[in-house]
Design a protein around this ligand. Structure first.
Ligand code: PLP
Length: 453
């Protein structure tokens, strides 16, 4: 595997382009431009950096390249589709591959979430899910249900809907003026005191879901449209749901006719050893937002899964001939994204990738490797589930996040791409990873942690 990229004929250093014009997203632009880190090619488990080094991908790009990079079937499918038909309008017109893609997704859906709405990103999937919730209640004559309940330390993308229901302070404070009204938040589910170094799901914390009862009493069920949570919070530091927590949320939502939305943009498509977290936790939401690995991230794509009864209420409730749901994107079901989705889903099915992590005991191996870092310098907590881990570091006084950033830089220098969010190193490698590569990630992290101050 060390020669994966070399075999693919992708090697050597490349010259850097002019860096001035681009405003980079979620990046310290000045620091980056002073010391750029560029990825120039990718194959299997590896990237190649602009200075010609092979980098093991410990994050699957950004939690999204679940089948590994450069899958030939996906490349071929995109190229074939681009030649055949580059684009088709999605409103009042169809094209076959979008129906084929939806059909494949419906087959792996939890419960009866078998109606699929295509978007282009996780953020758009979240906005779409919130709008479907409003449309559903309105169609059933419960138009007063307009309120959303999110959760602290939730990340739901960067649209105004997503940052309103989300709970990441940095993503909200500058934009308060444009946020949705009528939003409240559940408390987050993490407690260092009760959960530190839990393996998998913590025992402590199911009772935190009872706060939903309090919010229902406060706002009245007749005003609440939906609750939205990530079944496992990813971008806010890998917060694993306590045992029984999601079941409780489900029960309270059902009791009051409130829709439960799972944001599975990260947890979907095999990350936790089942197709979706819903199946892993045996809790079925009413709407599920996905994106990222839906098509192995080769072309931007998101997919919202909706229960049949919700589709029926909105679609069958409208007069015949009328557009039932005033929502959609120019690129909903874009032919290239759809071709990539069909190819990716076929790979997932053929190679059993959506269940590999559990079936092959990779999650247990991963858990051992990650918790083996417990005695490494600076480690404050380690959290894991499926093929995800969060390694939280002690903050340096007055320098929150700095040590995690330095660890990320050091890992990159040592040939492994990790991610950091706040004081936590987040890991989520492609699902094709070998055990030896898990060891490499753990060894590299140990070396990096030993070298940072
Ligand atoms: N929801 C969750 C749970 C996510 O983790 C993300 C991105 O990481 C998003 C939504 C937003 O997705 P995107 O960046 O594709 O808009």
């Amino acid at each position: 595997d060390q020669t994966e990229l070399t075999r693919a004929g992708r090697h050597g250093a490349v010259d850097l382009p002019n860096l001035d014009a681009l405003w980079m997203p979620f990046t310290a632009n000045r620091d980056f431009k002073a010391a750029p880190r560029m990825l120039v090619s990718a194959q299997g488990m590896h990237y190649r950096s602009h200075d010609g080094r092979e980098i093991l991908d410990g994050v699957a790009g950004l939690w999204c390249v679940n089948a590994g990079h450069g899958r030939e079937e996906i490349v071929e499918a995109i190229a074939r589709q681009a030649r055949e038909m580059d684009y088709a309008p999605p409103f009042q017109m169809g094209h076959p591959v979008q129906f084929e893609a939806a059909d494949l997704l419906a087959k792996i859906a939890p419960g009866d979430l078998t109606k699929i709405f295509f978007t282009n990103s996780g953020s758009e999937s979240v906005d779409t899910a919130l709008k479907i919730a409003l449309a559903y209640h309105r169609a059933r004559g419960e138009g007063t249900r307009t309120m959303f309940i999110g959760r602290e330390r939730g990340y739901h993308g960067v649209g105004f809907g997503g940052i309103s229901v989300g709970g990441m302070v940095a993503n909200r404070k500058v934009f308060r003026g444009g946020m949705l009204p009528n939003v409240d938040h559940l408390p987050h589910t993490y407690s260092a005191e009760h959960q530190a170094f839990s393996r998998g799901q913590p025992e402590w914390g199911a009772h935190l879901a009872d706060d939903l009862e309090r919010l229902v009493q406060l706002h009245d069920a007749s005003n609440i449209a939906a609750v939205i949570v990530e079944p496992m919070a990813g971008s806010t530091g890998v917060l694993v749901p306590p045992k029984g927590y999601l079941d409780k949320l489900r029960a309270i939502c059902s009791k009051y006719g409130i829709l439960l939305i799972f944001d599975e943009v990260i947890s979907g498509y095999g990350r936790l050893g089942t197709p979706f977290a819903a199946q892993r936790f045996k809790v079925t939401p009413d709407i599920m937002t996905t994106a990222k690995a839906v098509n192995n991230a080769a072309v931007p794509l998101g997919a919202v899964f909706v229960r049949e009864g919700i589709y029926d209420a909105v679609v069958n409730g409208a007069p015949s001939g009328a557009v039932e749901f005033f929502h959609g994107y120019t690129y909903s079901g874009h032919p290239l994204a759809m071709a990539a989705a069909v190819a990716a889903q076929n790979i997932y099915a053929r190679d059993g990738l959506l269940t590999r992590v559990a079936r092959e005991g990779l999650d247990a191996y991963w858990e051992e490797a990650m918790h083996g870092l417990r005695d490494a310098p600076h480690v404050k907590d380690i959290r894991n589930l499926g093929l995800v881990a969060g390694i939280e570091l002690h903050s340096r006084p007055e320098a929150a996040g700095k040590r995690a950033f330095e660890t990320f830089l050091k890992c990159y220098e040592l040939g492994v791409l990790v991610r950091y969010t706040g004081d936590t190193i987040a890991l989520s490698p492609p699902l094709i990873i070998k055990r030896g590569q898990i060891d490499q990630i753990a060894d590299t992290l140990r070396r990096a942690l030993s070298s940072v101050q």
